[in-house]
Design a protein around this ligand. Structure first.
Ligand SMILES: C[S@@+](CC[C@H](N)C(=O)[O-])C[C@H]1O[C@@H](n2cnc3c(N)ncnc32)[C@H](O)[C@@H]1O
Length: 239
């Protein structure tokens, strides 16, 4: 499997361009990688809160323009962007909070809007068997995160092919996220899905931490103080 840096090297030829769109920038982690290659990036995200966080995180970059904007209606002309980068598209409907359902129609409409905006679209999605699928269940036991990712990937492939794109690159890579201590590692895991559930009592927090510990140890991640975040990345091109 490729390393995280090798993944960006593979994507470099597609991300190196004049005008790029980052769909759903969240805290800006992946926007920063994109900004190594693209001369001017427009980032869109529906969340005002994430806008404030990403603005602070990316304040040293002068080639990123962040906007609070719905990916369903991106206010730019047809084919305006040389490339679109979209990471964690499976999360674009946060329907897993109370009941497990996927809004595939919403995803289809967002993919159609992306197809209007660029002939090159790059996706980086967590792999369906990424351990985060198990961890997510600590926060919402009825959420089938692995299935969500799988269905989302299938939909991406289907809709983009319907829109005339060809899949020209598909590979896997691992982002090795390191921690200094077991405590820091587990606390960070609690924070990853804080928007889904925050423990209400100290007792509940300890129960959640114990479940997180068991899941992480099933792959020796806690012993190694390293989370292997496995990605599947794809490039679709038209014309
Ligand atoms: C799981 S996060 C992925 C963020 C980031 N790309 C990453 O990989 O870390 C999904 C992001 O999409 C944003 N989002 C969800 N629905 C959206 C929509 N309709 N338009 C724009 N952004 C949206 C969320 O606010 C969130 O920041």
């Amino acid at each position: 499997m490729k390393t995280f840096e090798e993944m960006w090297e593979d994507l470099k030829p597609y991300l190196s361009c004049e005008k790029g769109l980052d769909e759903g920038y969240y805290d800006g982690k992946y926007t920063r990688y994109f900004a190594r290659y693209c001369k001017h990036i427009v980032g869109v995200d529906v969340s005002q809160e994430f806008y404030e966080i990403a603005k602070e995180n990316l304040k040293d970059l002068d080639n990123v323009e962040l906007k609070v904007m719905d990916a369903l209606k991106v206010d730019y002309p047809d084919k305006y962007f040389d490339v679109i980068l979209c990471t964690s598209f499976h999360e674009f409907d946060l329907s897993g909070k109370e009941e497990f359902k996927m809004d595939l129609d919403l995803k289809r409409r967002i993919l159609n809007e992306m197809s209007r905006l660029s002939d090159t679209i790059v996706f980086a999605e967590i792999d369906p068997d990424n351990l985060s699928a198990e961890l997510y269940k600590v926060f919402n036991p009825i959420e089938e995160h692995g299935i969500r990712t799988q269905k989302s990937n299938e939909l991406i492939d289907q809709v983009l092919k319907e829109n005339g794109y060809k899949l020209i690159l598909c590979d896997r890579a691992v982002d090795k996220i390191s921690y200094n201590s077991r405590e820091e590692f587990k606390e960070d895991m609690l924070a990853w899905w804080a928007e889904v559930h925050v423990p209400e009592t100290e007792e509940e927090k300890q129960e959640m931490l114990k479940k997180i510990e068991d899941i992480l140890e099933s792959r020796k991640f806690l012993t190694n103080l390293c989370f292997d975040d496995v990605f599947r990345y794809t490039v679709y091109k038209r014309g």
